[in-house]
Design a protein around this ligand. Structure first.
Ligand SMILES: *Cc1c(COP(=O)(O)O)cnc(C)c1O
Length: 225
């Protein structure tokens, strides 16, 4: 046997861990490829990975249109804060936007979708720890916002996403997010990252967002605007 490429080997290991954490149930692995070069994404594609997550529109736009030429089945998720003025680019680039968190962004996405004739699947991002610096709709406003987004986008509103506070046991936050999704009858729950995806799956995650455990540690971002 040849040594598998490192990314193929980590993918195989992650898939096995996900399957073990979710017996009898499918959980989507989102390969978070932010800061990774296209070569790393191509390695993952070669190992059968089609679902990717990027947190910046500009970076995704430089990498993915080319990759889609050879891999039209790529399923690309926006997992980072999205500015309203990037709504048009986002609607054209992404298959799922996980960071819908305010009415102004909803307006911009609806307008872009009308103009371009295409609307990605949407997740409402909930600021599940009510952290002042973090993106996501505040918990107190979440029910009304989710109801309004369901009315506006119908079946395109697919679920909820959250990032629990760093340094806390994520379990209660994961459980709360899943309870909110249940309450609204939303099928997709995007919770869990490299360090806690198995816990998230036990709590009911349907998709996990994994970067460093797949691609290795990211270089620090020196000049983040
Ligand atoms: C970077 C990022 C991830 C992946 O984080 P890892 O700890 O590297 O797995 C997941 N979700 C979001 C929103 C991110 O920005």
């Amino acid at each position: 046997m040849n040594n598998p490429a490192p990314i193929a080997a980590s993918l195989a290991a992650l898939r096995a861990r996900i399957a073990a954490a979710a017996p009898g149930r499918a959980v989507t692995l989102i390969a978070v490829s932010k800061t990774q070069p296209s070569a790393a994404i191509i390695e993952a594609l070669a190992a059968g990975q089609l679902v990717f997550g990027e947190n910046r529109v500009q970076e995704a736009a430089t990498k993915f249109p080319d990759l889609r030429i050879t891999h039209p089945d790529i399923d690309l998720h926006c997992i980072g804060a999205l500015q309203s003025n990037k709504a048009r680019d986002a609607v054209l680039l992404f298959d799922q936007i996980e960071s819908l968190d305010r009415p102004k962004l909803a307006d911009a996405l609806a307008e872009a979708a009308d103009r371009e004739g295409t609307l990605p699947y949407l997740l409402v991002q909930v600021n599940i720890g009510d952290e002042p610096q973090k993106a996501g709709i505040a918990r107190a406003d979440a029910d009304n916002f989710i109801t309004a987004m369901r009315a506006r986008f119908g079946e395109k509103l697919h679920g909820l996403m959250a990032i629990p506070p760093v340094g806390h046991d994520p379990k209660p936050y994961f459980r709360d997010l899943v309870a909110m999704a249940d309450h609204h009858g939303l099928p997709i729950r995007s919770i869990g990252m490299s360090d806690d995806f198995e816990v998230a799956i036990e709590c009911g995650a349907t998709q996990v967002r994994i970067g460093s455990a797949l691609f290795g540690a990211r270089a620090p971002i020196i000049n983040s605007p």
